[in-house]
Ligand binder design. Structure first.
Ligand code: SAH
Length: 394
């Protein structure tokens, strides 16, 4: 099988000292906290900090969390009666143990480990927006998702490549960066019967399921999937004719490194196609987005394990910086606008609702963020963008 990514906090147990218990620490949270620590250290630590802040009417409270590297003792105290101000920040204490990258990638991996089964049950094998021409609602959402793949290929000028005459690109080797459970890869494997696809994801559960579906669909000889980081790919330079990233770029903490890796593994003459969430292009005179728009994006980042957002203009610049040519971009925000309403509707069915609860806390949090995606697209803060570029022959 696939090896799981390294867990920094494999087992953490919480011990609230008696002193703390007597001061009404929210002990009921402790078991829930304990069970989740292995997956999301940063978030759990935040919850511990929260629990400590709920300590009331006492002069001091302390608890420790035990990590494999030893116990971390935490204290809160106050000189006057009333709510205790937290004198520590657990995240600061934990910083030496966690690098930012591990935290984000671990969060992404456990989020998709936890939620992919539910998504597949309700929506199927594609984990991306559907394409709704002109923004008009349609009911065949899964077909809309397949259309998104087809329309993207068409927009990039790749749809006619099977005849080989109308395009200079031959698609024999495809890389699916951030492959989910492999829906795009298998679709393209069927579309180009000669091609071989490789997919990478941070989630071991997704990689395993993607390979299983490839076996079920008789594609295991041409479509394979593995756990790997898009920012540090296990592939040689110039290995692929099409480097495809469908809605994974938003997870990448270093967009420059991301584009650099896509360009590195792309063969000369090959194509890169990124379909991703961006924030709007800044207006003239704007240095950043205004605070309210940033706050909306921040809340979405928490729910979906996303780092800082960028605009499509930044992607285009990064492609040019890499020496890529024929860089083109598009904005399909209108074409995806009905999508989130449909997702929310499925989450509000009993099946969807119970599914969210059963899947786990990260999935529930993801569910709570759905309306914000709808809101962000409606307000124009969030854009649904495409970027394509060619790696020059020399
Ligand atoms: N492209 C798929 C899945 C989109 S969901 C589809 O359209 O169905 C986002 C995917 O990006 C997840 O599979 C997640 O594991 C992956 N991902 C996020 N950050 C990644 C990284 N640094 N390296 C590899 N995969 C990553």
């Amino acid at each position: 099988g696939h090896s799981r990514p390294r867990r920094l906090f494999p087992r953490v147990s919480t011990r609230f000292p008696r002193e703390a218990m007597q001061t009404r620490v929210s002990v009921s949270r402790a078991p829930a906290v304990t069970s989740r620590v292995g997956a999301q250290p940063e978030r759990i630590l935040r919850q511990h900090a929260w629990a400590a802040r709920t300590v009331k009417s006492a002069s001091s409270a302390a608890f420790s969390i035990t990590t494999r590297r030893g116990p971390v003792v935490c204290r809160a105290s106050s000189s006057s009666p009333g709510p205790i101000r937290s004198l520590f920040n657990l995240e600061d204490i934990a910083k030496p143990f966690i690098s930012a990258k591990d935290t984000l990638n671990e969060g992404i991996a456990s989020f998709y480990d936890e939620s992919s089964g539910l998504w597949e049950d309700v929506w199927g094998e594609h984990m991306h927006h559907g394409y709704y021409p002109g923004g008009a609602p349609r009911d065949d959402h899964v077909q809309a998702q397949v259309d998104m793949i087809e329309r993207s290929l068409e927009w990039a000028g790749l749809e006619a490549t099977e005849s080989s005459s109308s395009s200079s690109v031959r698609i024999d080797r495809i890389l699916d960066v951030g492959c989910g459970i492999g829906g795009s890869s298998r679709h393209m494997a069927r579309r180009w019967p000669g091609c071989v696809t490789r997919g990478i994801t941070l989630s071991p559960v997704q990689a395993e399921r993607a390979n299983e579906l490839a076996r079920e669909q008789g594609l295991e000889n041409r479509s394979t999937f593995q756990v790997a980081d898009a920012l540090n790919q296990p592939f040689d330079d110039s290995s692929f004719d099409l480097v495809w990233s469908m809605e994974s770029g938003e997870h990448m903490p270093d967009k420059g490194k991301f584009v650099n890796e896509l360009a590195r593994v792309c063969a000369p003459g090959g194509r890169i196609l990124i379909v991703t969430w961006c924030h709007r292009i800044l207006r003239e005179g704007e240095k950043t987005l205004p605070e309210d728009e940033l706050q909306l994006l921040d809340r979405i980042c928490e729910g979906y394990y996303l780092p800082r957002w960028c605009s499509v203009a930044e992607y285009a610049r990064l492609c040019a910086d890499e020496g890529l040519v024929d860089v083109r971009t598009a904005d399909w925000s209108e074409q995806v606008s009905p999508f989130w309403r449909a997702v929310i509707r499925t989450a509000l069915t009993w099946r969807g609702f119970l599914g969210l609860l059963r899947a786990g806390p990260a999935t529930v949090r993801g569910g709570l963020v759905m309306p914000l995606m709808h809101e962000g697209l409606r307000r124009g803060t969030i854009r649904f963008n495409l970027i394509t570029a060619t790696k020059p022959l020399s």
